[in-house]
Design a protein around this ligand. Structure first.
Ligand code: HEM
Ligand code: HEM
Length: 176
């Protein structure tokens, strides 16, 4: 992940950042509703969107991870404290790791629980018992960890904008 003298992220990284932000936040909300509702028809209706959009997120994440290694990124401001520099670095890495883990554990849950076959056969009942499926537990845990890192990330962006006032967000925004 090379740091160079560029002042903005590349166009591809900027577009993928915001498309994935919308998609991943939507998946978090849809997944939580699906998990918490008792109505099986609603669970299946949401899963029919959640699973393919989750797979789409997986493909975009691969592209994004590839660009993260191959395209130049703006360096950390030399005025940043070590805590800000390393804190943001670690959170950025987690914001790649947890979404990948969510895609993997989501697919594994579909296979291990039989939900994949149920959907393919066109049935919308019964919803299988997921409490004994370790992948489903992992998916729920990764979702919580992802949400926690996202909250810190957004808090960091607000801190830069409102307290440091370095207009950091311009690095992720359209324009030259
Ligand atoms: C699911 C949602 C999000 C994810 C997964 C995410 C992930 C990331 C990652 C991994 C980076 C590091 C750059 C890279 O390698 O691509 C980054 C940078 C950035 N993100 Fe997000 N982000 C999300 C949402 C947001 C939101 C809602 C905001 C604004 C409030 C935001 C503001 C920024 C800013 C300003 C940077 C640039 C930081 C810098 O230049 O050091 N992100 N984001
Ligand atoms: C990065 C993308 C994804 C995000 C952010 C996400 C998010 C979530 C969340 C928040 C839940 C509720 C979990 C809980 O509270 O225990 C959930 C459940 C679920 N997700 Fe995902 N998911 C993603 C990708 C996928 C994929 C790719 C699949 C399958 C192909 C999938 C299949 C499922 C299934 C079957 C459940 C139900 C599990 C349960 O109710 O315990 N997810 N997801």
């Amino acid at each position: 992940m090379a740091a160079t003298t560029v002042t903005k992220y590349s166009r591809a990284i900027r577009i993928l950042h915001w498309v994935l932000a919308l998609l991943l936040i939507g998946l978090l909300i849809a997944g939580t509703i699906m998990h918490n509702t008792a109505d099986e028809a609603t669970k299946f209706a949401i899963l029919k969107l959640h699973a393919p959009l989750g797979l789409l997120a997986g493909i975009l994440l691969f592209a994004r991870t590839y660009f993260a290694f191959t395209q130049p990124r703006p360096a950390a401001d030399p005025n940043w404290s070590l805590a800000v520099k390393w804190g943001s670095k670690i959170i950025h890495i987690l914001l790649y790791v947890f979404p990948h883990a969510l895609v993997g554990s989501g697919i594994a849950t579909m296979v291990a629980s039989g939900l994949g076959e149920i959907l393919q056969s066109g049935q919308t009942a019964p919803w299988p018992e997921l409490s004994g499926i370790a992948f489903a537990g992992a998916h729920g845990l990764f979702a919580k960890l992802f949400l926690a890192s996202l909250v810190l990330h957004i808090a960091g962006a607000i801190y830069h904008q409102a307290i440091i006032k370095d207009n950091l967000i311009a690095r992720m925004m359209p324009g030259k």
